[in-house]
Write a protein that binds this ligand. Structure first.
Ligand code: SF4
Ligand code: SF4
Length: 367
């Protein structure tokens, strides 16, 4: 039964983050209308979804966002919002004051305008971001700042955490950086070296003693939100699903407890892994969920490079990332394979240039 859903209301955005995973080219509209979104929300309610996360693109760029938000709230979903906050305004602040979201997660791309705008490529966006989080705080929305770590921010963790601390906000970091969901490799150029990932984990541990910081080894693609009050109620990327066997291809909650819906209304098990996908408006829910389940519960082939690997339980790679990197969910993503080895105190084993896409065939590692 699905408990959580990540729903992309729009892929369009007012920022131009250099490493954005959203691929617009093969993915032109028309995007879902207000009525189509409501119809999908009806289906999600019927399916039993409890935790609903609205994402983009930038969700506030939809003029009908207030109507969609109120409809979702009215259905009883616990609604989390992913936003860059730069389009936050007084009207939305009034809405959230009266109808609070469960959580708002806002990305912070740098502790000052210079670093922030190196990522967003939009002059003035840092000032709008600061205004946005001020408005969100004033209206009492539960707020978390988060940074997708890239080459632009990898040397600024302490400043980023200090920025959050000065505003009394919780802060979290994600060291994962994935290719675009259509396989486009642009974001990979900005990912950080496996050894730096390990160093950042240590820096986060040190900061945790002084400010409230959380770290995510892998980004939570179909996650239920980690609320201020405690851990996420269901699993995310880095959590093994309760019913996943050791040799299942997918071991996270994708397609088991969570799903993703894109701005065209296609449902898939994960935001970065959109095959197979199912047109939710034209299919019965039971068929969608059954076929999605059949995909994620298939076994890992015995001759797959990761079969029998002792690190698999704590590996940062997964079939979604493998598919993005190699074209096949059954191979392994060399970058995350190396990250996993280095973070666990081992030497990297694949060592391609981690800022390029992987070769298409990869052998097993010694682990
Ligand atoms: S398939 Fe991979 S990226 Fe997607 S939710 Fe699972 S672990 Fe995360
Ligand atoms: S460490 Fe490498 S070989 Fe082992 S499970 Fe992860 S990707 Fe596969």
């Amino acid at each position: 039964m699905p408990l959580n859903c990540l729903f992309e209301l729009t892929p369009t955005c007012n920022l131009r983050c250099q490493f954005c995973y959203v691929a617009l080219d093969p993915y032109k509209g028309p995007y879902l209308s207000t009525d189509q979104i409501k119809s999908i929300l009806d289906k999600l309610e019927g399916a039993g979804v409890l935790w609903l996360t609205l994402t983009g693109g930038e969700i506030f760029s939809r003029r009908d966002f207030p109507e969609i938000y109120l409809y979702a709230r009215g259905k009883g979903f616990l609604v989390t919002l992913f936003s860059n906050a730069t389009m936050m305004n007084e009207r939305l602040a009034e809405l959230f004051a009266e109808h609070p979201p469960f959580l708002v997660e806002v990305s912070i791309y740098g502790p000052n305008a210079e670093i922030y705008e190196r990522t967003t490529q939009i002059p003035g966006s840092f000032a709008r971001f600061e205004r946005g989080i001020t408005l969100l705080q004033k209206c009492g929305a539960p707020l978390v700042l988060k940074t997708p770590m890239s080459v632009f921010t990898q040397d600024h963790l302490a400043e980023l955490a200090a920025f959050a601390k000065a505003r009394g906000l919780r802060y979290k970091v994600d060291t994962a950086m994935d290719a675009r969901h259509d396989g486009g490799s642009e974001p990979v150029v900005y990912r950080i070296a496996p050894r730096r990932v390990k160093e950042l984990h240590a820096e986060m541990d040190q900061l945790n003693g002084r400010v409230e910081v959380t770290s995510e080894g892998a980004s939570a693609m179909t996650e239920a939100p980690s609320h201020l009050a405690g851990p996420a109620p269901v699993g995310d990327c880095s959590t093994t699903a309760a019913d996943a066997g050791p040799e299942d291809l997918y071991r996270c909650g994708a397609g088991r407890t969570g799903l993703f819906i894109d701005a065209l209304g296609n449902a898939s098990h994960c935001v970065i892994d959109r095959e197979p996908s199912f047109p939710l408006l034209n299919m019965e829910w039971d068929e969608v969920w059954e076929r999605m389940g059949a995909w994620v519960t298939q076994p890992l082939p015995k001759d797959a490079p990761c079969s029998g690997c002792t690190l698999r339980k704590k590996c940062a790679s997964c079939p979604a990332r493998s598919r993005l990197a190699t074209g096949s969910p059954y191979l392994k993503d060399p970058y995350y394979c190396d990250v996993t080895h280095v973070v666990n105190g081992l030497e990297p084993v694949v060592h391609p240039d981690y800022r390029t896409m992987a070769p298409r065939t990869l052998g097993a590692c010694a682990s």
